[in-house]
Structures are given as C-alpha cells and as structure tokens.
Design a protein around this ligand. Sequence first.
Ligand code: TRP
Length: 332
Amino acid sequence: MKKISLTGIKPTGDLHIGNYFGAIKPALELAKEYDARYFIADYHALNTMKDAKDLNSTIRQVAAGWLASGLDPEKVIFYRQSSIPEVFELTTMLMAFTSKGLMNRAHAYKAAVQDNNEKGDDTDAGINMGLFTYPVLMAADIIIFDSDIVPVGKDQVQHIEMAQDIAQSVNANYGQQVLKIPQAAVQEDSAVIPGLDGRKMSKSYNNVIPLFAPEKTLRKTIMRITTNSQTVEEPKNPDESQIYQIYKLFADNDEQAALAVRYRAGGMGWGEAKEELFRVVNRCLSPIRERYDAIMADIPALDKILEQGAQRARPIASATVKRFRKAAGIDY
Ligand code: TRP
C-alpha cells in the first residue's frame, strides 16, 4: 500500500509564484509517489475571513489554481474541508485529549496575544476560539486520513508536532494504535523565492509576482523589481540579483548559463535583464493561466470536481472516526 501525503491549503488571496514553487510544485511532486489527499481548508479561513463573497470566491480561485497547476483530481483526492463533516466530529473528540496549555503555546496564538499586550489592548482582543483551537482542527484534518507525511512550510511545523502530541495521548490512553502519527515533510530553504524587493516573496510584503495575472500586468510587475544603481556598462553579479534568482526557476540550464555570462560581461542594463526574465516567466505561466481561466469560466464543473473528491474522502474519514469511537466506548 502506498503511503499517504496530505496537506491543507488555506484559501487566502491570489496565488503567486512563491506559492507555486514553495508549496504547489513540491506537493504535486509528492503526489507521484504517495497517495495524495489535498484539500481547501475553508473552515480554517473562516477564522479570519468574514466577508462571505470574498471567502466564496477565494476558495474557488485557490482550487482552480491548484488544478491549473497540474493537480490531477483522478489521482489526488481533492476536496473542501467543509464537505467532510467527520473532520469536525473528530475535532470534538480530539479536544478531549488536548490540554489547554498546549494551545497556549501555539505560535500564532502567542503572537496575537503579544501584539495585543504591546498595543495595550485587552489580552484577548480580536482572538476567537477558532484561532485558539486552530491546531486541533488541523490535527483532525491530518489524522482523519491516516496521513503519513504532511508537506508544509516551516511555519507549520509546530502544528504538526501538536497533531503528533494529541494523537499520542489518544493512543497512550487506550493502550493501542488508534490513530496514526503523522510526520512533517518540510520544504527546504532553497524553496524561499525572493520577491520584487529581494525579501521573501509574500503577500504581506506586497512584493509578489502573481500566478494568473494577465500578460500585461505580469510584465509591469516584473519591471517593478528593485535593482541597484549599476550602469548598463558595469559587469554585474548574477548571484546578488533577484532578477537572476527568479530567472533560475524558469529558465533551462543553457539559458541560465548564457544570462550569467551577459551579467558578468557588462553592457546589459537591468531593463534588458527584466525583459529576458519576463520572456521565460510568461512562457511558463501562459499555459497555466489559460487553464486557470478555462476552469474559472465553468464554476459548476469545478464544484463537481471538489464534490467528487469529498465523496471519495468521506468513507476514509468515517472509518477513522468509527475506530476512535469504538476505542473510546462510544459505539452503539
Ligand atoms: N494551517 C495551514 C496553513 O496555514 C493550512 C492547513 C489546515 C493545513 N489544515 C492543514 C496544512 C492540514 C497541512 C495539514 O497553511
């Protein structure tokens, strides 16, 4: 039997090339080797996104983005978290095995508390129970599908450790392996993509290259990459240029070598380097953009794909809940 890879995708904002190389591509690589279960964590998003229209369209954009990037829903079980009621049943059961102290130590919660304290606000201001118990829902997401590995960014590792802790308390209590203990598969640092300003590409820095922007916008965005004040004539160091760092993600080996030579020789201005970058980025993103636009033009078909994913996921989820209920003495 193949091992299981599972990850949750929080539907926030427009996907960018940092998401693509840092999360989407590695997860799709894993799907070749593992039985993959990838889902849209829409109830996690509800903690912060209270605008119904916005949440509704973001969920679909993100789902379409993964499909356009190559997720094959025949192979990967692809669904919305909210379509699997068993996840929330398991969450309630796991709550009974989760100490409040563990939740107090969660980075995201602690950061929110610290932020309030620094501002002199009430300690609990703006913190809902969804945020506080976020790691329990995430543990349920993972555990319910008997996941072996969970591909995530570094920021999520603590959550996986908490899922391990919670599952272990359950197993220890009943003296049997009721729940499988998941492992994090952390994306290496090489996956950190520089943004327009050279810092890590991130929506919160407003320095991203969007995945699905129209060609014109894509070009404009690339032209906004910050550069130093070196003149056209001056030789340039490719390793110190984020244009070149991004170029490496999209260009083949010959192209990379050729551009490095032009950097070092001098005589090439930043404008020209950006044009060359735009050429290779657009070459890669055009087909993805076309698929994305086609998927977004047929929302009922997209919803059907997600619903079919949920149909396949639910029997697996329900088997885990059953097993747990039996171990807990709650089976009739
Ligand atoms: N917390 C993850 C994030 O913010 C999203 C997520 C929810 C998730 N449930 C998950 C990731 C389960 C992996 C496994 O990105």
